[in-house]
Design a protein around this ligand. Sequence first.
Ligand code: HGY
Ligand code: MN
Ligand code: MN
Length: 410
Amino acid sequence: MTTPVLDQARLLASLQELGSIGALPGGGVCRLALTDADRLGRDWVVARMRALGMSVTIDAIGNGVGVYHGLEERAPVMAGSHIDTVRTGGLYDGNYGVLAGLEVVAALRDAGLRTKRPIAVAFFTNEEGSRFAPDMMGSLVFQGDLPLEQALATRGIDGATVGDELRRIGYAGAAPVGANSVDSYVELHIEQGPVLDREAIRIGVVEGVQGISWTEFTLRGVSNHAGTTPMQMRNDAGYVAARVATFARELTQQHGGNQIATVGALTLSPNLINVIANQAVFTVDLRNTDGAVLATAEQQLWDFAAATAAAEGVACERRALARFDPVRFDPAIVDRVERIAGERGLSHRRLPSGAGHDAQILARMCPTGMIFVPSVNGLSHNVEEYTKPADLIAGAQVLLQLLIELAERP
Ligand code: HGY
Ligand code: MN
Ligand code: MN
């Protein structure tokens, strides 16, 4: 098959156009899962799929899959990612993988070409998990490890349920979930970290994804007067939360290696300067490429939180919001990414993914791989997220060649 040519300007324009939906005043994007902004983003992508002559299905958890039919009726080779964002999102996280997949289809259509296997492009619901935990929710339901009803019943940080919000935005689709057949899956994504940018390398050959542990702690103490309550009489939820947060950082120093920890969300009640907090609700995100160390660090965190709360006379509850073991991608696909980057004269290196991705879930059901392009200054989940146009194009070229190779296999 002759290799079709990507329309670089069309790809870059589509990123800007989708990025204008949910645009933040000072730059960046906010399209939290299942909000009206997410609905508008979905509508835009579905319209683009239809304009490409793709058949589009929306499933019961709102995943959107467009299929560019092949010459043979076979399981599709799938590209994709997500189009929901965090509250301070950028133009590229997730969106790039979906739009580059659509650009591959557009290039095939422009050239009047069809591959043996169909080529599908997917956007998965609620990859971020910021509003509704866990992250990768849509791909987990698509793959079958998260029951649909459990996902629909999930209540988010603002009290709404996934099911109600899906119905409200009109994306509670008819297509069934959990019994999908995908030949292979490739996700093109920005690195979201500093490695490629720091080493001036064009393409990341992603070997896998590190393990992820999300815990929500709810601490209940006794509110009291900040000025009159002797220190030994306090049941201070805010103090315990602060101790656990610093302990999480100490865990990374103790374990070293790839152990990382983040306290991203923290709410004190009544949250007043002269009142001892009687409640603290906060999250701890632990990650590590080494599954055994992650499990040890997780248990240490939980034990420390329980002991510190008990010593302060504060009740401590915890809830697991997400838990993923480290994942290795299909070696044959990883090798293809590496070879194609080399053939295209693009500097490249192997690395694990620090961020979670739908690919780590699709890897449970079919041969899966990822391609990274650099994030300038390693910034992401930040409105300054940026990837150079030349790198965006280079990544899309690697995706195009890889999808065609996979779709043309005997
Ligand atoms: O949290 C993550 O790694 C992803 O952005 N959901
Ligand atoms: Mn992402
Ligand atoms: Mn993200």
